[in-house]
Ligand binder design. Structure first.
Ligand code: ATP
Ligand code: MN
Length: 532
């Protein structure tokens, strides 16, 4: 095994004292022949990423990484080792494929053999802001920028916490290794695989950094229900008087955008746990969508993305490093990843109390759901299990028909257990807390995608303000005839016709047809949960 840091080879880059300690690789099963770097922080990681030609820098010193073929999650290539005794508990579905234990071992050995030949970066990090429910992660990757991504994304231990760090989970990350699918019994040359028995995550064949973050989310979703904690795909923030709000929703519905609010401290933008003590973040950073990001509309995310050490994924810049957020030529899923302390207003402890408001975000591209509705606990459970949003299909020319997506608990790709497990926890904590529930449509109004328009961010923010300061309760309400949802007639800062979806459509009969069609999709999807 070589010296950990090869200080001679990279003079001035690597801090002294990271040493040659073999325990830095304990639990990984690795014995690399090349140097490996342990727990480097931002400056040396950025320096090495530049020297190794992994990335470019923006004019502000943000890391600009490209991920090649995969610019989003490889949803079909996700596996869970079908280890003895867990098969019954795992929710097997097309986004959660069983891998026989021997196949998982073979995959892990293949990845280890490859990593042993590479220069490696090791980062020891936490997931879970609440020490009672945290896991210690040891990530080993072949790129300095992926190591920096993980440092930005997860919770960074203190020096003292690093001294006797023993990992609960190891994540072996080989983004540039293309697997032999046939020999390994896999669907493709890419795999995101985990074994809950071996406490090991293996990622190969994709450079998209979001896989690192989301695989650890799956691990938390596996572990926490056993500890009586409700793991959630939601953002969370807290007001000056300590009121906590949760924002559930599928990708692109506004979790990150709407929780970044100068007036409310951000707890986290994507993954949380709800315990008897309250809410806690799993992460220590944000992963914001930045396509078409505007400085005026999203100042917090803008500022955080124009800083040394932020990681911009598949964002395009000119030769001088000037960022163009409107350029979607690599992907529409451009991302910015930064630690929470890049924001002006955040909770350093990543924790808050019991939520007062639970907001379910949906981006309804059919344009039929009301911009805001008040939900009974029963309706909240229905929408939680349904997990509805509607996307606009791809970038193909002329395609304007939105696609309905139903994803149980607003996160089925990340749920290793059956939806019932999470629904029961949701029901329990909702009842105990008496939190108010809301459905907020951040998608289309005045017609479907193509005819109508997207809800303005300013109106959605005004709606949230009225929910969070309680003023919305003073409104009069009416029940919509299709979904039976209670809608307010007035919200400060929002024109009344925007609040009533049918009134915003030019053709009321077309609205009724579209609403009934969507209702039928809801019912069809919900059948799987009936009698369960
Ligand atoms: P992910 O789970 O992938 O992180 P997310 O729920 O965090 O997704 P955001 O990153 O907040 O989603 O993306 C919402 C996108 O929609 C942003 O690009 C935002 O600018 C845009 N948007 C447009 N109108 C609205 C609106 N009314 N409310 C919220 N977001 C809006
Ligand atoms: Mn987000």
């Amino acid at each position: 095994m070589s010296a950990v840091t090869t200080i001679e080879a990279q003079p001035g880059i690597v801090p002294e004292g990271t040493g040659t300690d073999r325990t830095a690789l304990a639990g990984t099963g690795l014995s690399p022949v090349q140097p490996f770097y342990v727990n480097l922080r931002t400056a040396p990681l950025v320096t090495l990423a530049v020297r190794r030609d992994e990335i470019r820098l923006s004019e502000d010193g943000a890391v600009m990484a490209r991920t090649g073929e995969y610019t989003g999650r490889s949803a079909q290539d996700k596996y869970v080792a079908n280890d003895p005794d867990i098969g019954e508990e795992v929710w097997w579905h097309p986004g959660n494929n069983p891998l026989p234990p021997e196949a998982f071992d073979r995959l892990a050995e293949t990845v280890r053999a490859y990593l042993d030949q590479q220069v490696l970066f090791v980062e020891d990090l936490f997931a879970g802001a609440d020490p009672a429910h945290r896991i210690r992660i040891r990530l080993v990757t072949t790129n300095a920028w992926h190591a920096l991504f993980a440092r930005n994304m997860f919770i960074r231990p203190t020096e003292a916490e690093l001294t006797d760090f023993t990992p609960d989970y190891v994540l072996l990350h080989a983004p540039e290794l293309h697997l032999d699918a046939k020999a390994l019994g896999l669907r493709s040359s890419t795999a995101v695989a985990m074994s809950f028995t071996h406490r090991l995550v293996v990622i190969a064949g994709t450079e998209y950094a979001g896989e690192i973050k989301k695989s650890i989310f799956s691990v938390m979703n596996w572990r926490l229900p056993v500890e009586g904690v409700f793991p959630m795909h939601c953002s969370a923030n807290i007001g000056v008087d300590g009121d906590v709000a949760l924002f559930f929703g599928l990708s692109g519905t506004g979790k990150t955008t709407l929780s970044s609010d100068p007036e409310r401290a951000l707890i986290g933008d994507d993954e949380h746990g709800w315990s008897p003590k309250g809410v806690f973040n799993f992460e220590g950073g944000c992963y914001a969508k930045v396509i078409n990001l505007k400085k005026e509309a999203e100042r917090e995310i803008w500022d955080a993305s124009h800083r040394f050490g932020a990681v911009l994924e598949n964002v395009v810049a000119d030769a001088q490093g000037h960022i163009d957020f409107n350029d979607g030529s690599l992907t529409e899923n451009t991302r910015s990843c930064y630690p929470l302390d890049f924001l002006g207003n955040f909770r350093p402890d990543g924790q808050g109390g019991t939520p007062r408001n639970v907001i379910m975000l949906t981006a309804d591209a059919f344009g039929v759901l009301p911009p805001v509705a008040r939900l009974t606990p029963k309706e909240a459970m229905y929408h939680f299990l349904s997990g509805y949003t509607a996307r606009v299909a791809g970038t193909e020319k002329g395609v304007s028909e939105p696609q309905a997506t139903f994803s149980a608990c607003f996160g089925s790709p990340f749920l290793p257990r059956k939806p019932k497990v999470y629904a029961e926890l949701f029901g329990k904590y909702l009842t105990e807390s008496g939190a108010k529930c809301w459905l907020v449509n951040t998608g289309w109004i005045a017609g479907p995608y193509g005819t109508g328009r997207r809800m303005s961010l300013a109106h959605t923010r005004a709606i949230l303000r009225a929910i969070l300061n309680g003023e919305i309760n003073a409104s009069e309400w009416k029940v919509d005839p299709h979904f039976g949802l209670e809608m307010p007639l007035s919200v400060a800062g929002v024109p009344p016709e925007v609040l009533d979806p049918k009134a915003s459509w030019a053709d009321p009969a077309a609205y009724d047809r579209q609403a009934e069609a969507l209702l039928a999709r809801f019912a069809e999807n919900y059948r799987q949960f009936e009698g369960a």
